[in-house]
Structure formats: structure tokens, C-alpha cells
Ligand binder design. Structure first.
Ligand code: ARG
Length: 250
């Protein structure tokens, strides 16, 4: 018997755990959603409670689909890889829709539009031109890494596993600037009590939710639910409660 085990294991690894279909998710009554919840105001913890624009939106989409959302907090860099196992069905974590990521996962229609903004200490760089020769921090695995490298060269990019660490590096003058999501950056400036200043937008991107490659039934259901909540006022209400404006793509 045991001599078959390596074979079975190899087969299991080759096929990968199967993503759950819409029917399976509905039967279970629960959709598992992966996120990196240290990204205020998108998904973050307030004490033990998860909150945020994407948290509320994900819950509204689940409700629309007739299921309950169960959130799984992961390091950002693991999120899309985790869709290949069956750790969660959907990822909602402000992923820029890029051709490279589209090779690995399927994206929904964008659930908002935004981009990367420069952040620095008062008197620091505010424009892309002013970043020349400077060191710039950001979170590992994000679209910001390549965008920063385009401006300052790869050797001047400093990546951190968590945004909090990147922010700390900036505040402690270990780097000259940081690039991060526009609303995350505005939130950080607000929370810094004058210790940080916002700069220009470095680039724009469309942010989408991701399902395992080929999970067509789930993709269709999430897109349908997004469209419904964008049409019935739910999306606008959630967006305004966090940003004072509707951040959907125009
Ligand atoms: N928008 C960027 C990207 O697509 C960063 C997203 C970071 N999200 C997070 N929850 N930490 O890579």
C-alpha cells in the first residue's frame, strides 16, 4: 500500500487542490475571501474586528450571492498563490489588474480605480522628478515595486513584507520616500500629525478581485453581484462612508 503513496502525492500536487465552484460555495453557504488586512481604509483591523471599504464591499457581494463571507488574513505576497489551493475562493485586496497576474488568476471587472502616490517626510520629494537618486520604500509583491524602479532604478527600491514596516522606515529616515495606494497614503498622512506629506500620483491602475484561473461560475457570480451593488446604491453608500466619494472606475 505505502509504495503507492508517493505516486498519489505527486498526482495531487500536479493537479493542485481544486477551486470550489459556485454551486459548492452556495451549498456550503460560505464564501472564503482572502485579504491582507493592514491596508487602511481598504481592509484593516480595529482591535479584533476587520473593517474597511473592501471588507464591506465583499460582505455586500456575498450577501447578494446568498452566502456568508468568511475572511482569511494573509501576507499580501501569498494571496494570489493561495487561490491555487483551497484556502479561499476569492481575493479582495486592491490588486492592480496586470497582464502578468492575469496569467495566474482571473480578475473580475475592476471594483475601483486609483493608483500609486508618493509619500515623504515634510520637505522630501513630491514629484517623480524629485525622486531621482532617492531610496523609496514599498510593500513586496505590489505593482508599486516596478513603477518605483522605473523612476529610481531597481537598486533604490526597498521592499518590506508589511506596509507598516515601510511606513516606519520612512518615518525613521531609513528611506527618502514611499509609494503606496492613493487612499492608503492619504490616510497615513492624516494619521501622522504633520510628520508625513503627500506627493504626486506616480501612476494609475484598475483594481480587481481575483478567483482561481478558470473558475468561470464564481467569476460570473461575483461580477454579477458587483454590478448589482453598483446599481442599487449599496456600493456608493459604502464608498462614501470611507472616502467621502464614489471611487468606482468611470
Ligand atoms: N495596488 C497594489 C498592487 O496591486 C498594492 C495592493 C496592496 N494591497 C494590500 N492589501 N496590501 O499590487
Amino acid at each position: 500500500m505505502t509504495r503507492f503513496l508517493p505516486l498519489l502525492l505527486a498526482a495531487a500536487l500536479a493537479s493542485g487542490a481544486q477551486a470550489r465552484t459556485l454551486a459548492e460555495i452556495k451549498k456550503a453557504g460560505v464564501i472564503k475571501i482572502g485579504t491582507n488586512a493592514e491596508f487602511k481604509p481598504f481592509t484593516y483591523f480595529e482591535g479584533m474586528t476587520m473593517r474597511g471599504f473592501e471588507y464591506d464591499l465583499g460582505n455586500a457581494i456575498a450577501t447578494q450571492m446568498g452566502v456568508r463571507a468568511q475572511w482569511v488574513n494573509q501576507p499580501f505576497d501569498n494571496l494570489l498563490i493561495g487561490l491555487k489551493g483551497d484556502r479561499y475562493d476569492l481575493v479582495i485586496s486592491s490588486h492592480g489588474i496586470t497582464p502578468e497576474r492575469q496569467k495566474a488568476v482571473d480578475f473580475t471587472a475592476p471594483h475601483y480605480c486609483s493608483g500609486g502616490m508618493i509619500l515623504a517626510r515634510p520637505g522630501g520629494p513630491k514629484t517623480a522628478a524629485q525622486l531621482a537618486g532617492k531610496t523609496v520604500a514599498t510593500q513586496v509583491g505590489t505593482t508599486y515595486v516596478a513603477q518605483i524602479a522605473r523612476v529610481v532604478g531597481a537598486k533604490n527600491v526597498r521592499t518590506y513584507p508589511n506596509n507598516a514596516d515601510a511606513l516606519q522606515a520612512l518615518r525613521a529616515s531609513r528611506v527618502d520616500a514611499m509609494v503606496n495606494e492613493r487612499f492608503y497614503s492619504l490616510e497615513a498622512v492624516k494619521a501622522s500629525g504633520g510628520k508625513l506629506q503627500q506627493g504626486q500620483m506616480l501612476f494609475q491602475e484598475k483594481l480587481g478581485m481575483a478567483v482561481a484561473k478558470g473558475n468561470a461560475s464564481l467569476l460570473k457570480a461575483v461580477n454579477g453581484a458587483l454590478k448589482t451593488v453598483q446599481g442599487n446604491g449599496t456600493y456608493a453608500k459604502i464608498s462614501k462612508s470611507y472616502f467621502g466619494q464614489d471611487i468606482r472606475c468611470r
